[in-house]
Design a protein around this ligand. Sequence first.
Ligand code: G3H
Length: 329
Amino acid sequence: MESQIAEHTAQLPQVGEPRNPGMELDLDWALGVEANTSAIERRCATLPGRRSVKKDYQAAWLLKAITLIDLTTLSGDDTAGRVRRLCAKARQPVRADLLKALDMGPITTGAVCVYHDMIETAVSALDGSGIPVAAVSTGFPGGLSPFHLRLAEIEESVKAGAKEIDIVISRRHVLSGNWQALYDEMKAFREACGDAHVKAILATGELGTLRNVARASLICMMAGADFIKTSTGKESVNATLPVSLVMIRAIRDYHERTGYRVGYKPAGGISKAKDALVYLSLMKDELGDRWLQPDLFRFGASSLLGDIERQLEHHVTGAYSAGYRHALA
Ligand SMILES: O=C[C@H](O)COP(=O)(O)O
């Protein structure tokens, strides 16, 4: 048991993984990509049944999943108190007695993700923990505020202490085929981030087709995205497996062609432990173990942690706790 947990939760040494610097816009490449929707859907339909992990392996994978969560609160009624509670949860996401029973030392979530106004609260609540604060930005979730204000918002968030910036792209650039505008926008966002890492939220539920998702993924990577992320969590359709397969394969193509590894963040609507396991096995199948580390994979999720805790408690005690006992996250 101990070795299974250790094997799946170990952090690989990150020997100076270079940041994706981006490249010139290569429209021939981006416009040449196709997405065979029925083949993609067929492949995804087989995933949940085919790759189930059980017992100790399942506990190990669930602990791993926790270390990959961007623990998120993005509500209009967020308060400093709620953000501080969320940060306490990020520092200690699993009860000490459960960790002990699983032979595990302390773990944390991958990051805490908040709106700009909550950055300073989160940074101070996470002080000394090494957990980065991610801020959604650029007029999240619509991305329709004036361009100079979107750049200024990024700069303010970096100044306030955010180490990761989750930007939203202009969906209209994709829907109108204005790929140059998408590239220029993403490049400007990346520059405004400076040393902070930038996640490009594609809002895939609003891009119309899987082919658009593939093209937008490539163009954002060409413009220097460190991560590509599915959704804001506010679209009517958020993270899905077909969209994930398309984005993950774009990441693979980009790595094969440029040598740079770009991260992946499915976000929105991922609230069940069993769904997290399917995403992890998809990453492992398509990209390999290197992409199961927090510098290359995150779940954007506000309630996934609660379900994972329930499953871990069941694993240890044989009983499920009531959902209300895990109300936060
Ligand atoms: O980026 C994270 C998402 O906004 C979280 O969405 P969720 O509340 O559906 O988990």
